[in-house]
Write a protein that binds this ligand. Structure first.
Ligand code: ADP
Ligand code: F6P
Length: 318
């Protein structure tokens, strides 16, 4: 069988491990595997290359994606999708694996609906995809944020300052919640829970009265900018406050063991589905088991924050 793989949308650490798994699992099953550069843009432009087992050597430890990524408006149109299928058929490619986020999966589902065999691998640092316990790159991003929190805590302690740290996640608060809880942040602001500024001020003040001289507040970008939160806190408390926006630092770096494992397992499973002709699905994790779910269950299911984890963070951050 001839299979193709592309990466699309925001890159995430572990995508290379997934590409490696797709290529080597495919070759091990007597398939030819093509890489498509620059996501859907490359699909439309015919930017294909045949991969060998050696072409994915020395990449499991690297962040980013060797196939590059893009956002492509042309692919959102029906005309664009038909052009994409034409490019695949011209090369006698029978199956496509899309590594990306929910936007990329919407594109993948359109191909499937038009009769092309397509499977998705959830790759995004945001952990904002339903029907999988975790997405590729999330663990690395959390650890990157955690490392920054630890460093900032050092200087916050020395200078007895309050620090507001803005983290990524789009509309999802998981990066903030996981890094905030494991980094011992005093307050964690996430889009899923209504922000009560007075409560945050009260907690800061209580901490200060008990002798605490520094504080870390984690703000998920889906709530507000770190700068605005810092301004409001400074006005209310008068504390010496600084802001750090971690930005794209969170998207890069060598993937953790967890993300390398995840990329390897999900990539291999995606090939198995393609070889079985079982498309229109995303591969994911459920209680440490690799599973596959219909794209419908990815788009139509509500994503909930782990309320218990949030409650624990509130209790511990006194
Ligand atoms: P992510 O996959 O990380 O969520 P985006 O939302 O930017 O990133 O989507 C990546 C790409 O997927 C888009 O640039 C576009 O080419 C394609 N895409 C997104 N939404 C759709 C859609 N509704 N129909 C077809 N293609 C889409
Ligand atoms: O979806 C991943 C992500 O890093 C989000 O956390 C962030 O909001 C967005 O992408 C940034 O996108 P860009 O790289 O286009 O600035």
């Amino acid at each position: 069988m001839r299979i193709a793989v592309l990466t699309s949308g925001g890159d995430s650490p572990g995508m290379n491990a997934a590409i490696r798994a797709v290529v080597r699992r495919g070759i091990a099953n007597n398939s030819e595997v093509y890489g498509i550069y620059h996501g859907y843009k490359g699909l439309l432009n015919g930017d294909f290359v045949q991969m060998t087992a050696g072409s994915v050597g020395d990449i499991i430890q690297r962040g980013g994606t060797i196939l590059r990524s893009s956002r492509c408006d042309e692919f959102k149109s029906e005309e664009g999708q038909l052009k994409g299928i034409e490019q695949l058929k011209q090369r006698e490619i029978q199956g496509l694996i899309v590594i990306g986020g929910d936007g990329s999966f919407m594109g993948a589902k359109k191909l499937w609906d038009k009769g092309f065999l397509t499977v998705g691998v959830p790759g995004t640092i945001d952990n904002d995809i339903a029907s999988t316990d975790v997405t590729l790159g999330f663990d690395t991003a959390v650890n990157t944020v955690l490392d920054s929190i630890d460093r900032i805590r050092d200087t916050a302690t020395s200078h007895e300052r309050t620090f507001v740290i803005e983290v990524m996640g789009r509309d999802r608060g998981d990066i903030a919640l996981w890094a905030g809880l494991t980094g011992g942040a005093e307050s964690i602001l996430i889009p899923e829970i209504e922000v009560d500024m007075q409560d945050i001020v009260k907690r800061l003040q209580q901490g200060y009265d008990r002798g605490k001289k520094h504080s870390i507040i984690i703000v998920s970008e889906g709530v507000s900018s770190g700068a605005k939160v810092a301004e409001a806190l400074k006005e209310e408390t008068g504390f010496d406050t600084r802001v750090t926006v971690l930005g794209h630092v969170q998207r890069g770096g060598s993937p953790t063991a967890f993300d390398r494992m995840l990329g390897s397992r999900l990539g291999a499973k995606a090939v198995d589905l393609i070889l079985a002709g079982d498309g229109g699905k995303m591969v994911g994790m459920n209680k440490n088991r690799v599973v596959s779910v219909d794209f419908e269950n990815v788009f139509n299911k509500e994503l909930k924050i782990n309320q218990d984890m949030y409650n624990v963070s509130k209790t511990l951050s006194i």
